[in-house]
Design a protein around this ligand. Structure first.
Ligand code: AP5
Length: 217
């Protein structure tokens, strides 16, 4: 079963690979970042709570994030596999997911980790433009949409994320190394960890990830 975690630092290309993976394998894309951004744009209580935290680059508290993912993973469309993008991000979240998986018969089978050096992450994040509607990601130099400022997938106008600035990125990277990078050893111990070098074209990286996922189908 393709029950997958996609991890990596901010700007590694998780969202870019996620859209390709879900299109190829027809599994739901569960991005906690997208879920929070959707709640913010709708002005829900969750969005009001998360807005300032996300814009300054900090992590949303574990209890809120775990509750959100538990509810989403329990939905019927996740029975045939799922792609978790940006969750878990702390050891506490990983432990909660480890308990939840067998409870709902949806244990994680594979962890795909994309690594990219910090200088390249800064370059990618500062040039990123995103689609607020479908979540697709572009870059002003490397991955331009066919029509300037317009999403290829759904035709919506592209925007720059509020947390894509130098100050927030510094905090996001610090949080990544302190709180998320330890998950590499956590999942290596579980025997389901797969590391990928993200310094190549998005298509070349997808070919590598695709081969791994196909072999596990
Ligand atoms: P989230 O939305 O998950 O953001 P992130 O992890 O910071 O990752 P990004 O979306 O910035 O980058 P990406 O890896 O998806 O890269 P992309 O494909 O866009 O989380 C946002 C916030 O929500 C967090 O900071 C936190 O506050 C909160 N949150 C979320 N989950 C949480 C959790 N579990 N617990 C607590 N809080 C949580 O690519 C980046 C750019 O590079 C693009 O321009 C793209 O076109 C370009 N690019 C991609 N691939 C390549 C390539 N191979 N070569 C050249 N350019 C490329």
């Amino acid at each position: 079963m393709l029950n997958i975690i996609l991890m990596g630092p901010p700007g590694a290309g998780k969202g870019t690979q996620a859209t390709r993976i879900v299109d190829a394998f027809h599994i739901p894309h569960i991005s906690t970042g997208d879920m929070f951004r959707e709640a913010i744009s709708q002005g829900t209580p969750l969005g009001l709570q998360a807005k300032a935290i996300i814009e300054r680059g900090d992590l949303v508290p574990d209890d809120i994030t775990i509750g959100l993912v538990k509810e989403r993973l329990s939905q019927p469309d996740c029975a045939g596999g799922y792609l978790l993008d940006g969750f878990p991000r702390t050891i506490h979240q990983a432990e909660a997911l480890k308990d939840l998986g067998p409870e709902i018969d949806r244990e994680v089978a594979l962890v795909v980790d994309i690594s990219v050096p910090d200088e390249e992450l800064v370059r990618r994040i500062s040039g990123r433009r995103v689609c607020p509607k479908c979540g697709a990601s572009y870059h002003v130099q490397d991955m331009k949409p066919a029509k300037d400022g317009v999403c290829d997938r759904c035709g919506s106008p592209l925007v720059q994320r509020k947390d894509d600035n130098e100050a927030s990125l510094k905090i996001r990277l610090e949080n990544y190394y302190k709180q998320t990078a330890p998950l590499q050893a956590f999942y290596a111990k579980e025997g389901i960890y797969h590391a990928f070098n993200g310094v190549c074209s998005a298509d070349a990286l997808f070919d590598e990830i695709h081969s791994l996922l196909e072999a596990h189908q």
